[in-house]
Design a protein around this ligand. Structure first.
Ligand code: OOG
Ligand code: MG
Length: 262
């Protein structure tokens, strides 16, 4: 740990204020180049603590930067995780207010809901499939608090992995009904196809992303509880959106998820 508790608390407040007041900031490693990984997650957990103390509820967890498309787009090399809050969740077909966001982007993800706890280290795809209640299609709406979405890995971990909103819908399915590696998705923006991918884009198999989450949480002495909703990470690169845009993500065997930005 390179930062003091006091600085961690100040940086959490700084980043959370940027979210709540809807303005961007420069990446925090510019001013704190010696920040380490533990500091980065400590800042993220402090933002989470602040929201819980205000009465918000945790609605799930997410993995990020789990596909090559995303790693290449953001110029980073390792997956990260973040948390989801109740007010991030929007219904299928939502009208998403861009006035509440800085510079939103969307990405299609495969969501899992667990029915048994998952503990790392040593968590693997088989354990995840055995502990999965169902899978459902989800579109994440990212909104980095950093200017022009430019960050390094520690800065984006502290900023809760750019989490802002998500829409889940379509139809849920049992894992044994799906071919998760080959499961295709087509993203349309205003009626035009802007990205396509398959489940294997996410660490070879989306369940590997959940396993990695359990293994990363174990480093902090935590686990994935039963009944947790988990987004496994964008399958394609993220797509910028603005007011007026209509997004439809069509999933093989899982139906579709749509939203309109206003
Ligand atoms: C970081 C969050 C990445 C994903 O699914 O890859 C993420 C970012 O790209 O801003 O949520
Ligand atoms: Mg994502």
């Amino acid at each position: 740990m390179a930062l003091t508790q006091d600085i961690i608390a100040k940086l959490a407040q700084h980043l959370e204020n940027a979210e709540l007041e809807i303005h961007d900031v420069t990446k925090i490693t510019d001013d704190h180049p010696d920040m380490d990984w533990k500091d980065a997650y400590d800042i993220q957990y402090e933002i989470r603590r602040r929201k819980l103390a205000r009465g918000n509820r945790l609605s799930g967890l997410k993995m990020g930067l789990t596909s090559h498309a995303k790693m290449k787009q953001m110029n980073v090399e390792d997956p990260i995780y973040g948390f989801l809050m109740d007010y991030f969740s929007l219904p299928d077909g939502a009208r998403v207010k861009t006035s509440e966001l800085i510079h939103p982007k969307i990405e299609a993800e495969i969501g899992f809901v667990t029915k048994a706890p998952l503990h790392g280290p040593g968590c693997h795809i088989g354990a995840v499939l055995a502990a999965t209640d169902f899978v459902l299609p989800t579109v994440e709406i990212l909104d980095s608090r950093y200017r022009d979405f430019k960050f390094d890995l520690k800065s984006v971990v502290a900023d809760n992995a750019s989490s802002a909103r998500y829409v889940s819908g379509g139809r849920s399915r049992q894992v044994e009904e799906l071919d998760l590696k080959n499961l295709g998705v087509v993203i349309e923006k205003n009626g035009r196809i802007v990205a396509t991918a398959a489940g294997s884009a996410v660490l070879g198999h989306p369940a590997a992303s959940v396993a990695m989450l359990a293994n990363m949480l174990a480093e902090r002495g935590e686990h994935i509880p039963a009944g947790t909703f988990i987004m496994t990470g964008g399958m394609t690169e993220a797509i910028s959106v603005e007011a007026g845009d209509h997004i439809v993500a069509r999933y093989q065997d899982l139906g579709q998820v749509s939203m309109t930005f206003i």
